[in-house]
Structures are given as structure tokens and as C-alpha cells.
Design a protein around this ligand. Structure first.
Ligand code: SPV
Ligand code: MG
Length: 433
């Protein structure tokens, strides 16, 4: 009788006794193939790779009992099961999260097609393993590692999904929100410290009034409870003489990128467009600011992204493209193009035309107004980073306002209770050390 085929997939950078238990069980059943989940899928799964796929293959090959190592290209097992047709898939019995439940369903349905079997191994999450997990997560949060994560992501995923955060609690939402349906598992890749939302949270207008010390305090609050990379909204960058200090501070904190916009004088929010007086900076002056920032920067991985306001200020597509070319020449590591039109056509046109002469420089967009375009469509036009710049703030505000109104109306809180997070959930929302 030929040896049975056994498959298990690892989504890890380090091997601990939990993994060895799985291998031992697998070995009892037959010839063991281990899948290494590829980087782009590992990211979707709430793990950020700290080793290359090649390093992980070597690490797993060296485990006694492993006969073969392959790369698994999707979180779902369809491809691998079709190719390998394993008699057994061995997996820890840690299915309690929605993401894991979806994976279990996927495995069971595939195996049922030909009589394969899922073998569950009791999940060992002892103190030693918990400590290893905590150390891995701590490493991700360290400035050196976090800062480099954005550049790595740009190489790993088709589009970097970024959500606005302005506090510890919104940071936790960006860090932990994960959706799982029949086909995929998804989560945000990065966080945006918006000037609009940071100012709004403080009850201030978005006119560069909230000073850098306060903005840095927001970053610190977010960093304390998250590991994902941060893109900082640097408004105009201020005076060039000040901007160089901002760059150094952000780098040191572990921020991955600053986006500065080519406006000068009193900055108003772009979504006002031409309804308020706003002045665009000259190409020469703004290029000088970018150059100065790049010269000040000490690490390789920090990015200065130039934001072009030509479409917002109705200066035309040619002006936007001329500026993009000039700002890249000045050293910008990325271009953000903004629009307040509902129709994404001008954004798509800019991206297509920019990509005609520049294939490499990352493009960033903020689809607040042109919000019908999907991430896949943006990626098809060459966009690399999408920022959902204000949706969390805009979601929270009406919810808070209507609850406040109803408490006043009913002279008690009973009527609003069904709209609130249960007390038990709010007190257990935040992990304690
Ligand atoms: C922000 O979020 O502060 C931005 C994007 O700068 S926008 O509000 O669209 O100008
Ligand atoms: Mg802003």
C-alpha cells in the first residue's frame, strides 16, 4: 500500500512546540508536505512576515519528519488540494476566530469531494508560546521594523489599504478589524494620521493649527497599541527649515511616510476646493522642500510623498503631470493625486498618463469624493496606496450625536442601549499585559 499523503500549512516566522506537535501527528499518518503561506496572504491573515519565504522554506525543511515543503499561494486551500490531493490535512483545533472558521469550512468542503480527512491537533497555547507570540508582535511595533513595513508592503500586495486613525481606539480598529467570508480574509495594511480627523478630534479646524507636538502625541497614542505602518498627513510640511526636523522626528518614531501637499500660506482642507482661497506652491519652491527633506532623512526606508493639488485647485491635468514629473525628480518617493469630483475619471486619467512615463513611483489616492471606484479598479490604473481618509471619524460622529440627543430627549439612557457596545465588550476590548 502506498504511503498516505499528509498536508499542513504554516503561517509563521518561527517554529515552536505547537508546530512540532502538528508535524509529529502528521508523520504518524504518512508522508508530510508542509505549505509555507506566501507573504501577500500572510499579511491578509494578520501576520506580517519577518522572514523571507526562502528562509521559511529552509527553516521548515530542517524539521525532522518533514518530507516536502511547498509555497501555498492562497489562504484558501483550493489550489493546493487540487494539486496534492492529500489523504489528510492536519491543523490545530484553534478555529474560534471568524477567519479560522472560514478556513475550516474551506478545508472540509474540499476534502469531502474525494473522501480526504481533516485531523485536528489540540492547539497548544501555553505560556511559552504566548510569550513567543508577544515577542514577535513587539518586534513588529518597534520603530526600526515598523518604519520599513510600508516599502515592504508596496512590493508584496497589489494595493496598500490604509485607514484613518486618530487615537488609540481607532488604531485598534485599524489593527484588528478583519473580515472573513467564503472566499477571502481581509484587513487593513496601514494607518493614516489625517490632519482633518486629528484636528476634528480636537475640535479644531484643519488649517495646520494643531501643532506638531500634538500631532506627534496622536502618533504615539496610536503606536502604543498597534504594529501596522503609519502614513502621516504633513499638510504643507510648513517652512522648509522646519520640515527637515519633522522628517527626522517621524523617522525616529518609526513612521513610514509623510505626505506633503503643494500648497502655501494658510492651508484649508482640499475638499473645500476653490470655494475658499488656497494658494498652490511653485514647482521650484516645493521641489526644494522635498529635496531638503530627502537630504535630512537618515534611514533608507522612510518615504516623502508629494501631494499634488492641481486638480483640486482646477489648474488642469497638464499642470498636475508637470508637477508629478518635477517632484519625482526632486526625490519624492511617491505621488499623491487628489480630486474632489464624484467621478473618478480625472484620477484615472492622471494615473494612466503618469504611468506612461513613470512605471515605478508609487501613486497614492484618497477616494473620499470618488468613492465608487474599487481597490481592484484603482490598482488596474497603477495606484499603489489607497487611503480611506476620514470614514471612521464620519461614522462615529453621527452615532455619538444621535445618542446624545436621545439621552436628552428621554431623560435616561435605556432607549439608546441597543445601539451601544455592551459594557462587557468595552471593558474586554483592550488587551491587558
Ligand atoms: C486629510 O485626511 O486630512 C486629508 C485628505 O488631507 S483630505 O481631507 O481629502 O484633504
Ligand atoms: Mg489633511
Amino acid at each position: 500500500m502506498s504511503e498516505k499523503k499528509v498536508y499542513t500549512c504554516f503561517c509563521t516566522d518561527i517554529i515552536h512546540e505547537g508546530h512540532l506537535n502538528i508535524i509529529n501527528k502528521a508523520k504518524e499518518l504518512g508522508s508530510v508536505t508542509v505549505g509555507v503561506l506566501c507573504d501577500s496572504e500572510m499579511v491578509r491573515y494578520n501576520r506580517f512576515p519577518q522572514k523571507t519565504v526562502e528562509e521559511k522554506i529552509e527553516m521548515i525543511k530542517a524539521i525532522p519528519g518533514v518530507d516536502n515543503v511547498i509555497v501555498q499561494n492562497h489562504i484558501m486551500y483550493d489550489e493546493v488540494v487540487k494539486e496534492l490531493r492529500p489523504d489528510y490535512i492536519v491543523h490545530g483545533n484553534n478555529w474560534s476566530s471568524p477567519a479560522m472558521a472560514v478556513i475550516k469550512e474551506n478545508i472540509l468542503s474540499l476534502l469531502s469531494e474525494y473522501g480526504g480527512e481533516l485531523v485536528e491537533v489540540p492547539y497548544s497555547y501555553n505560556e511559552k508560546i504566548q510569550k513567543i507570540d508577544r515577542q514577535m508582535s513587539e518586534k513588529l511595533a518597534m520603530p526600526e521594523f515598523r518604519r520599513g513595513r510600508l516599502k515592504k508592503l508596496l512590493k508584496m500586495v497589489p494595493i496598500v489599504k490604509t485607514i484613518e486613525v486618530h487615537s488609540g481606539i481607532t488604531g485598534l480598529i485599524a489593527e484588528k478589524t478583519i473580515v472573513a467570508n467564503g472566499e477571502h480574509i481581509d484587513q487593513f495594511d496601514a494607518m493614516w494620521i489625517s490632519s482633518l480627523c486629528d484636528s476634528t478630534a480636537k475640535g479644531k479646524p484643519d488649517i495646520e493649527l494643531v501643532d506638531m507636538t500634538s500631532r506627534f502625541r496622536t502618533i504615539d497614542d496610536v503606536m502604543e497599541v498597534t504594529t501596522k505602518p503609519i502614513i502621516f498627513d504633513g499638510d504643507t510640511g510648513g517652512l522648509t527649515e522646519h520640515f527637515v526636523y519633522t522628517v527626522r522626528s517621524l523617522e525616529r518614531m518609526g513612521v513610514s511616510a509623510i505626505i506633503i501637499e503643494d500648497k502655501t500660506g494658510l492651508k484649508k482642507n482640499s475638499l473645500f476646493g476653490t470655494e475658499v482661497k488656497q494658494t498652490q506652491d511653485s514647482i521650484e519652491h516645493f521641489s526644494e522642500k522635498i529635496r531638503a527633506g530627502k537630504n535630512a532623512q537618515l534611514s533608507e526606508d522612510f518615504m516623502i510623498i508629494a501631494r499634488i493639488e492641481s486638480l483640486i485647485l482646477e489648474q488642469g491635468m497638464e499642470d498636475a503631470l508637470t508637477r508629478a514629473k518635477a517632484f519625482v525628480e526632486a526625490g519624492a518617493d511617491g505621488i499623491m493625486i487628489h480630486s474632489r469630483k464624484k467621478d473618478p475619471a480625472e484620477i484615472c486619467e492622471f494615473c494612466d498618463k503618469f504611468r506612461e512615463f513613470n512605471k515605478e513611483t508609487p501613486i497614492v489616492v484618497v477616494p473620499s469624493s470618488f468613492n465608487t471606484i474599487t481597490e481592484d479598479e484603482l490598482a488596474a490604473h497603477g495606484v499603489n496606496i489607497v487611503i480611506y481618509a476620514n470614514q471612521l471619524t464620519r461614522a462615529a460622529f453621527p452615532a455619538m450625536k444621535s445618542v446624545a440627543e436621545d439621552i436628552l430627549k428621554y431623560h435616561r439612557a435605556a432607549e439608546v442601549d441597543s445601539r451601544l457596545l455592551p459594557i462587557k465588550e468595552i471593558i474586554s476590548l483592550i488587551d491587558e499585559l
